[in-house]
Design a binder for this molecule. Structure first.
Ligand code: HMG
Ligand code: MG
Length: 306
């Protein structure tokens, strides 16, 4: 079995994790969260999004978040849906942006108010302008395993979109099971199909954990050659336009699993668990991850890997 010896984690907690929460954190709290995560050894952190405020009020003030991020070895990125978002992000000093397409027409309309084809046109312009300004570009594909409005999606659509996103200049494509409906065969089929069109080293996976499949699906993606995994501290996350979806795979669960498999992440699990509890207290809820609960126990019973 061909599991990579090192996995790059893209921490999406400050963006995906907070964009659907009832309790809205201030830009100062969001920046503090991103800095704490950087302090845990996370090197890629999605710290905000430059989207329409009326659609996602939780992400308002992302320019202030970025202004508060001090230079350190982490790379902070932001989601942008259009040229307006890119211009705002560049003005805020963002060095990596992510565009987001979907494998479902209805989800594309609900999420970004345009068809898949129109979104690719927009992103072509966004990617070109981002590169002209020295910014890296990542692309997401949502609904790779199913859509909350249409049900099943075609693997060929996922694979074609992955190729299109790389063609327009995305250095990496993250395959999103937005509603956490995929099982191992479904996500492996999507990953293998995408990996026929683009190099597996350019793929990442982004699994919401609605049905408890995220960890096993991540492992299945690693077997298929993926070495970049998105996750969110405390298992936060959700999309306002994906009703019923649970949070992302929890970063601390992913790190615990990977270290147990002798796969390096560069992440320090203990401060990460502290950060999971810290943000959960701010949000007035308990962490969704098993690891955060297990390691909060007085004896850390059963913690064999850190
Ligand atoms: P629209 O209504 O078609 O846009 O929305 P518009 O160009 O007609 O503008 C409407 C209003 O929005 C105008 O303001 C614009 O100025 C403003 P008004 O005149 O009404 O006052 N506007 C903006 N404001 C701030 N930043 C911008 C921006 N653009 C326009 N960039 C649009 C189109 C794409 C803007 C909108 O649909 C939108 O913002 N969508 C974002 C939705 C979103 O953030 N979804 C969650 C993230 S995706 C996700 O979570 C999935 C992912 O995690 C992967 C996975 O799990 O699968 C990535
Ligand atoms: Mg997501």
């Amino acid at each position: 079995m061909n599991i990579p010896r090192r996995v790059n984690i893209v921490e999406v907690g400050p963006r995906d994790g907070l964009q659907n929460e009832k309790t809205v954190l201030t830009p100062a709290q969001r920046a503090d969260l991103a800095m704490r995560l950087a302090g845990c050894g996370l090197r890629r952190i999605e710290a905000g999004s430059f989207v329409a405020e009326k659609m996602v009020p939780q992400m308002a003030g992302s320019a202030e978040v970025f202004a508060r991020l001090k230079n350190n070895s982490a790379r902070f990125s932001a989601l942008v849906p259009n040229m307006r978002g890119l211009e705002d992000a560049l003005r805020a000093g963002v060095g990596e942006v992510a565009v987001f397409a979907a494998a479902s027409e209805t989800f594309s309309q609900k999420n970004i108010n345009c068809s898949i084809a129109e979104s690719i046109q927009r992103f072509t312009q966004v990617a070109r302008a981002a590169h002209d300004n020295g910014a890296a570009v990542r692309g997401y594909i949502s609904c790779i395993a199913g859509c909350p409005y249409e049900g099943g999606v075609k693997t060929a659509t996922v694979a074609d979109l992955a190729a299109r996103l790389v063609d327009i200049g995305c250095g990496e494509v993250s395959l999103g099971d937005t509603i956490g409906v995929g099982t191992v065969p479904v996500v492996q089929e999507a990953v293998y199909a995408a990996a026929k069109m683009v190099d597996a080293s350019q793929l990442a996976v982004h699994f919401h954990d609605t049905r408890g499949q995220a960890l096993v699906n991540i492992r299945a993606a690693l077997e298929a050659g993926v070495a970049t995994v998105d996750s969110a501290v405390a298992g936060l996350g959700g999309c306002p336009f994906a009703p019923g979806a649970a949070g992302n795979a929890a970063t601390e669960d992913v790190v615990y699993m990977l270290h147990g498999m002798d796969v390096a992440t560069g992440v320090d699990l203990h401060p990460l668990v502290d950060t999971a509890w810290h943000v959960s207290r701010l949000l007035k809820r308990a962490p969704a991850s098993r690891t955060a609960h297990a390691m909060a126990a007085p004896t850390h019973a059963g913690t064999v890997q850190t």
